[in-house]
Design a protein around this ligand. Structure first.
Ligand code: NAD
Ligand code: MG
Length: 398
């Protein structure tokens, strides 16, 4: 029986994780749940799963939760504040931590799990994007076991050999015979729209992803392909990949979740339903496989698979992210922070969809012009840069 902490338990990945656990109650125990401010959802989860701890970043939400749990006679202990998320990520009784908080808000608790040497199921890609080298070095130093949850990285992981799988962040693709990693993406809801019409799309249209059901921020990122850009940076760190070893391919059907090409001319791909329960179940059970509640693909139903080269005029955020990846940590941390502010402003109807790339680009340019030489060798320095990029992004909004 493995004890699990789920950070971001009230979100989309949190709910898929609990669904996989429900299919395997003899293997996994929900030990602690963490979230931001949704106390209503957390109350329901506590009543259902009876965890030892429930931690809420928002202190008022924690208080409301505590009163409701007491009234219901539930013994779950409620903790409050960001420190409490770090606490439940590093408890000695915990074997695995699902890091599924959205955005930079998940950095400290995700790092706490790394520093406690846990098996880390990483969904919170922003944490890796904003800390890169520091993150993969900490994984090695503290002997944590890194398992990619993001469906593309999980697919790539499945197409690689065990010596790479057990050395993420520091592996040698070339020595393993790999020539290229092909990161696939659907292209989002606007892949066939007239580019001129993109400035007037609504948040509702942007979050209506054609293939996947996800939280609002990653859904907007998928529409702009900023998500693929963040995933490009994520892949660079997870697989220690060079520019020549990474390529993005648009695959509208989302049947193939990514591919690995080898020097002998072979291409390996992982295929499946667009359901996060599959990659999540692999990160929980690895190296074994367990039921995930997902049906197998029916190839005669699928028909044809197609592939398109990404067009940077349609997806400027993708190009920005690839540029940032090779500019350095200051650029990726700043881009991630700016994007969180811009996406939030778009969701709140303060800016147009096409302004997201504009804000991101201006903040990145400013930071690259001034911060190139700054030392980013601590979490504090990264958080400071994140804060500065957020305020530059807010200036752009006004
Ligand atoms: P979501 O919006 O559905 O859930 C976000 C979770 O984070 C919630 O539990 C929320 O309470 C918590 N949270 C938000 N702000 C917080 C804060 N300040 N402090 C603590 N907790 C906070 O998001 P999601 O779609 O589940 O995505 C979660 C992460 O997983 C993201 O990084 C996303 O990129 C990644 N991811 C998601 C999917 C997917 O299919 N949903 C796929 C791949 C990767
Ligand atoms: Mg993904």
């Amino acid at each position: 029986m493995k004890n699990i902490t789920i950070l971001g338990a009230t979100g989309s990945i949190g709910s898929s994780t609990l669904s996989v656990i429900a299919h395997n109650p003899q293997r996994y125990n929900v030990y602690a749940l963490g979230a931001g401010s949704n106390h209503t959802k957390m109350l329901a989860l506590c009543l259902q799963w009876q965890p030892q701890y429930a931690a809420m970043a928002n202190k008022a939400a924690a208080q409301t939760l505590q009163q409701a749990l007491r009234a219901a006679g539930c013994k779950t202990q409620v903790l409050a504040g960001e420190e409490s998320l770090c606490h439940i990520a590093s408890l000695p009784e915990v074997d695995m931590v699902m890091a599924a908080i959205v955005g930079a808000a998940g950095l400290l608790s995700t790092m706490a799990a790394v520093k406690a040497g846990k098996r880390l199921l990483l969904a919170n890609k922003e944490a890796l994007v904003m800390s890169g080298q520091l993150f993969v070095d900490a994984v090695k130093k503290y002997n944590a076991q890194l398992m990619p949850v993001d469906s593309e990285h999980n697919a790539i992981f499945q197409c690689l050999s065990p010596n790479i799988q057990t050395n993420l962040g520091h592996c040698d693709l070339q020595a393993a015979g790999v020539s290229k990693i092909l990161l696939t993406g659907s292209g989002g809801p606007f892949r066939y729209s007239d580019i001129e019409s993109l400035h007037s799309v609504t948040p509702e249209q942007a979050i209506a992803h054609p293939n996947w059901s996800m939280g609002p921020k990653i859904s907007v990122d998928s529409a702009s392909m900023m998500n693929k850009g963040l995933e490009y940076i994520e892949a660079r760190w997870l697989f220690n990949a060079s520019k020549e070893q990474l390529k993005v391919v648009i695959h509208p059907q989302s049947v193939i979740h990514s591919m690995v090409q080898y020097q002998d001319g072979s291409t390996l791909a992982q295929l499946g339903e667009p359901d996060m329960c599959t990659p999540i179940s692999l990160t929980l059970a690895y190296p074994e496989r367990v039921p995930a509640g997902v049906k197998a693909l029916d190839f005669t139903e699928i028909g044809e698979l197609s592939f398109i080269k990404p067009d940077f005029a349609r997806y400027p955020c993708l190009e920005l992210a690839i540029d940032a990846c090779y500019s350095g940590q200051h650029a990726t941390t700043a881009l991630n922070a700016a994007n969180e502010i811009a996406v939030d402003a778009f969701l709140n109807r303060r800016i147009a969809f096409t302004d997201i790339a504009r804000v991101n680009s201006r903040v990145m340019d400013k930071v690259c012009a001034t911060e190139q030489a700054s030392q980013l060798d601590s979490l504090e320095s990264l958080i400071e840069l994140d804060r500065m990029a957020r305020s530059l992004a807010r200036e752009q909004l006004s």
